[in-house]
Design a protein around this ligand. Structure first.
Ligand code: GCU
Length: 344
């Protein structure tokens, strides 16, 4: 069934991860800004949290970008009594922790630290070219064809949080950093991992179009629709593919494959037709040969599309389908933890 559906999509064959990444940056996301010229971290406030099991720190990352100071806040929640823990960098829709879509105490109880920042604190999620770091990158309000879209800039910020994690080698297991996000921020998480090998794993929740779903034959949102609705998310060059999905020299399995040989986990929801679970499931299968060429198990499945409640976690690419609508649910977090623990 999967093989037949895949054949119908006529996806381009996979290439080397670095080649696929280059194509995705040039054609879709734009090149990420350079790392900051200078980077320091400031602790604004520190307190115990999660019934004393963790320390919560309100942090600010001070970055020097093109000679200008740019700062954004993030939160660190780190278990108090365990050392060398794996950790999440959660690209979040909200600034506050606790957050109803991030079961922080449960993450701590499962032995993880979590870092979280709100994408809007980096650059606002609208057509404003002057907000946040975007205003520093493009002071005259103009972007070149291949310049970073907002998704690329949010991914860049996740890498700055990873820079902070690198300073905590006594508390964290630096080889087990997981970048994760939901929807537009799931697209961002995949890109952040593809462009930064310090991430051990990426998790995309319901990221859909221009995220974990292949665009050829996709239901719901299309390349045309996403570029019209969100003209700054991706680079200008991507707009030329409106109504031309089958002519693209890539598809979204190139983004997933660019993370190889590291882990990727994709979560879908049955009612999320806009994101399209089937096209996300097929993307996992289409990226699998990259891993197989590297001698790894890629996407291991039973030949059928996943049913509600089912997960395929045996290979380096994991996939799970849960019932329900478009949000980052506790179920998704627990599934992700199950995937990660099976790889530790
Ligand atoms: C819109 C958009 C999607 C995006 C989603 C989200 O629905 O069309 O591409 O993933 O917002 O971020 O919640």
């Amino acid at each position: 069934m999967i093989n037949k559906l895949l054949a119908d999509r006529s996806l381009p064959p996979v290439k080397e991860p670095s080649e696929m990444l280059e194509i995705m940056l040039r054609e879709v996301y734009g090149y990420l800004p350079d790392p900051p010229e200078k980077l320091t971290f400031e602790v604004m406030h520190s307190q115990k949290t999660c019934a004393g099991k963790a320390t919560l720190k309100n942090m600010v990352a001070h970055c020097l970008v093109k000679g200008k100071e740019f700062s954004f806040p993030f939160t660190a929640v780190i278990p108090t009594n365990s050392k060398k823990v794996p950790f999440f960098v959660h690209i979040n829709f909200r600034s506050d922790v606790p957050d109803r879509y991030m079961p922080t105490e449960e993450l701590i109880d499962n032995g993880f630290a979590v870092f979280s920042f709100c994408h809007r604190e980096v650059t606002y999620d609208n057509e404003d070219m002057s907000d946040g770091i975007y205003g520093i990158l493009y002071p005259d309000g103009k972007r070149g064809l291949h310049d970073a879209g907002k998704v690329a800039v949010w991914a860049w910020a996740a890498q700055r949080v990873m820079d902070y994690a690198q300073t905590l080698g006594d508390l964290l297991d630096l080889s087990k950093g997981v970048v994760c996000g939901h929807s537009r921020l799931g697209k961002t998480a995949l890109l952040a991992a593809a462009t930064d090998s310090r991430f051990w794993c990426a998790y995309s929740n319901d990221s859909g179009c221009t995220g974990a779903a292949v665009s050829r034959g996709k239901r719901g949102e299309s390349v045309t629709v996403i570029n019209n609705a969100f003209p700054l998310w991706f680079c200008e060059n991507y707009k030329k593919y409106a109504h031309k999905e089958y002519a693209m020299p890539f598809d979204q399995h190139y983004l997933v494959g660019a993370i190889a040989p590291r882990y990727v986990c994709i979560g879908s929801a049955t009612e999320d037709i806009w994101a399209d679970p089937v096209s996300e499931n097929l993307c996992c299968a289409a990226a699998s040969p990259v891993y197989e060429k590297m001698g790894k198990k890629g996407f291991v499945h039973n030949g059928e599309l996943a049913k509600a409640g089912e997960s395929f976690f045996e290979g380096s690419i994991g996939y799970h389908l849960r019932e329900g609508s478009h949000y980052f649910s506790r179920t998704d977090w627990l599934k992700l933890i199950e995937f990660l623990k099976s790889k530790m």
